[in-house]
Design a protein around this ligand. Structure first.
Ligand code: HEC
Length: 120
């Protein structure tokens, strides 16, 4: 009986060890090659497409405009409001927004841009 328990324990341990080898190492950093993500080349169009229907002079959120790099930068600094509202909470654009929503790929790009310090 004791031998069976030991054998079972060995089987469980070795099967776990095997499983672990098949999984990607979560510590491996994602290496982004090629062009750095910038506002001008990548993320400006997201704000133009999905935000400025409300966040622009003459629209409902005219006091929080998102039409230029300087305006957007007010929300990418230490307050992290774009990080929180668009990516963490996902409540910007608000539900039902007529100008649509970022795709998952666009959210990934936005996240990489923020992680790189939101360069212009
Ligand atoms: C349909 C209109 C609409 C669209 C489109 C929209 N927003 Fe908003 N946004 C609002 C409203 C209304 C508020 C104020 C109420 C609130 O905070 O939820 C707001 C608030 C915010 C705030 C909080 C500002 C602060 O100082 O607290 C941020 C940041 C923001 N929006 C970012 C965005 C971004 C980025 C997009 C595009 C990806 C976007 N919004 C698209 C209507 C909109």
């Amino acid at each position: 009986m004791k031998n069976i328990l030991i054998l079972t324990a060995i089987l469980i341990i070795t099967s776990c060890a095997n499983n672990k080898e098949e999984l990607p190492n979560p510590e491996t950093p994602i290496v982004i090659t090629g062009t750095p993500i910038t506002y001008n080349n990548h993320t400006k169009k997201y704000f133009d497409n999905y935000c400025i229907a409300c966040h622009a002079v003459g629209q409902t959120q005219s006091f929080w405009p998102l039409t230029t790099y300087t305006e957007v930068s007010a929300f990418t600094g230490s307050n992290e409001l774009i990080q929180k509202r668009v990516l963490d909470f996902g409540n910007m654009p608000p539900s039902g927004s007529v100008s649509g929503f970022l795709t998952l790929a666009e959210k990934d790009t936005l996240q990489m841009w923020l992680d790189q310090g939101a360069p212009q």
